[in-house]
Design a protein around this ligand. Structure first.
Ligand code: ADP
Length: 487
């Protein structure tokens, strides 16, 4: 059988350009797929951002053509390169060349850039005569490609056999503000569809309406988005698509996140040598200005400062625990109000350090030197910090939601012998504080604690497992007969 041809569209891809978890997925999943025995021919499309032009990539000019826009034709220029053994197509054009950051915060401008990119990626496939079996889009930015495919395959033989998959990495980001941009590139509103009227021009809903299959980045989140609490107003519509909706947990880049070989750590260690881990803790306490004491349980939070992450619950929860022995380190940047309240806590309490910046190297030393990783997210499509925490022996304490619930086995559940962390239910300071108390109690028994750490360190979060699930989904899609009403 011929290998499947997959065109993978994304707005960011590590290590070239990364803003968040989506960048990690786009950087890791395609090479993991290519490494499978079936060797699917997956090729990645990425905007040629100015920051990428400055990298030392051997780019080969591959194609150029024009796209139709309401104010005149727009030139697209395509270059080819190879990153981590995966063929990449980089798409350039005036809308991309003028963008200084991946996301500008102005969704009209971003809508123009990403709609141009999405349509150019499809046109590229035709231009080079490479018929993809699957177009795999991510989030609202590349959802216009899915909507466009649905429209063109009605009349265009080239794409007749192509199926689409849309992965939702963060549902509430529907692409609000991008509506006129889609219209300017000739993508109309959906009329008389199952979508709520207010979403009928938005890129992500249009993609969700027309994708042959939809998936999210954890099975738990796939179920949650069918409810009013997590559905962003689309839950009723999503119920109409539940047969085509699934969840595949993201993997972790085990090479990059490896306490045995991480060059940023003062002392490397493995599950078998947890004694060496303790030396990282005292070094970290010194680095961030906390009292040097290997016996104090050290709580940590490494996060975007955003309401999604429940960062606002932490100061109140920790204040309620001030009669107990612990230290805490908060590393994060984002919402100024949340930053201010973390800083205030650190000013009031000598056992708290708040470092308000993005610092990958320090984050690694925090994972390696802290005992408990706090992740009180209100919602979490997948989440990486719990997986990194486990891999580094920093036991996660998280809200039981989405990917967090899928990856952490609670110590107080009926599976104590398999447990890897602590879960709590309600997004409020008291339940969080109570969960911390439970964890502190277990921490007092170091034998039990080491069991928790070792089980987490041995958990399998490899991309290989997730990549085979994606391949199964691609195969299922490629065999999918289109229903008459979809044509
Ligand atoms: P999201 O993609 O929603 O931000 P994830 O948990 O999927 O959340 O991924 C967050 C990633 O960003 C993790 O690798 C985490 O270590 C990293 N990170 C978050 N904030 C910081 C920070 N201030 N400094 C360094 N790394 C950070």
């Amino acid at each position: 059988m011929k290998p499947l041809k997959v065109l993978f569209l994304c707005s960011e891809a590590a290590p070239l350009i990364k803003v968040g978890g989506l960048g990690d997925v786009a950087g890791s999943l395609p090479p993991a797929l290519r490494a499978l025995p079936e060797k699917p021919d997956i090729r990645v499309c990425l905007p040629l951002y100015p920051a990428i032009k400055n990298l030392d990539l051997d780019l080969i000019p591959t194609a150029s053509f024009e796209l139709v826009h309401s104010s005149g034709p727009v030139l697209a220029e395509i270059y080819q390169g190879v990153v981590n053994r995966v063929p990449f197509y980089f798409i350039d054009g005036s809308l991309i060349a003028s963008s200084r950051t991946v996301y500008s915060g102005d969704n009209y401008q971003d809508g123009l850039k990403f709609t141009f990119f999405s349509l150019a990626a499809m046109e590229l496939a035709r231009n080079i005569g490479w018929k993809p079996d699957i177009v795999h889009a991510q989030d609202w930015h590349t959802a216009p490609a899915v909507y466009n495919l649905h429209r063109v395959r009605k009349k265009d033989d080239f794409f007749l056999g192509t199926r689409s998959l849309l992965t939702v990495h963060n549902l509430p980001y529907l692409g609000q503000g991008a509506e006129p941009a889609l219209a300017e590139f000739g993508l109309p509103a959906a009329r008389g569809s199952a979508l709520p009227e207010w979403t009928s021009r938005l890129p992500l809903p249009l993609g969700l309406l027309t994708a042959d299959k939809i998936n999210t980045v954890s099975p738990g989140y796939a179920r949650e988005i069918l409810t009013a609490e997590f559905g962003a107003g689309l839950e009723k519509f999503l119920m109409t698509r539940r047969e085509d909706l699934s969840g595949i947990l993201n993997g972790l880049d085990l090479e990059s996140w490896d306490p045995e070989n991480d060059p940023e750590l003062p002392f490397n260690y493995s599950a078998a040598e947890l004694k060496d881990r303790a030396k990282n803790k005292t070094q970290l306490q010194e680095e961030i200005g906390l009292e040097r004491d290997p016996h104090q349980p050290l709580l940590a939070m490494v996060n975007r400062m955003d309401a999604q992450k429940g960062v606002d619950l932490v100061p109140d929860a920790l204040r309620a625990l001030c009669n107990h022995d612990w230290q805490a380190v908060i590393l994060g940047t984002g919402d100024p109000e949340l930053e201010r309240s973390a800083k205030q806590l650190a000013n009031d309490r000598p056992q708290v350090a708040a470092i308000l910046k993005y610092d990958d190297s320090l984050a690694r030393r925090i994972y390696a030197g802290s005992d408990i990783m706090l992740i009180p997210s209100r919602y979490e499509p997948c989440g990486l910090t719990q997986m990194i925490g486990m891999r580094y022996g920093c036991v996660p304490l998280a809200r039981a939601t989405g990917g967090l619930k899928d990856t952490i086995i609670d110590y107080h559940s009926s599976h104590r012998e398999e447990s890897t962390g602590f879960l709590f239910n309600q997004a409020a300071p008291r339940p969080l504080a109570k969960a911390v108390l439970r964890a502190l109690d277990v921490y007092k028994d170091q034998r039990r604690w080491r069991g928790l750490q070792r089980r987490g360190m041995k958990a399998d979060f490899s991309w290989e497992k997730s990549a085979s699930k994606y391949l199964d989904l691609y195969n299922e899609l490629s065999e999918l007969e289109l229903k008459i009403e979809n044509l």
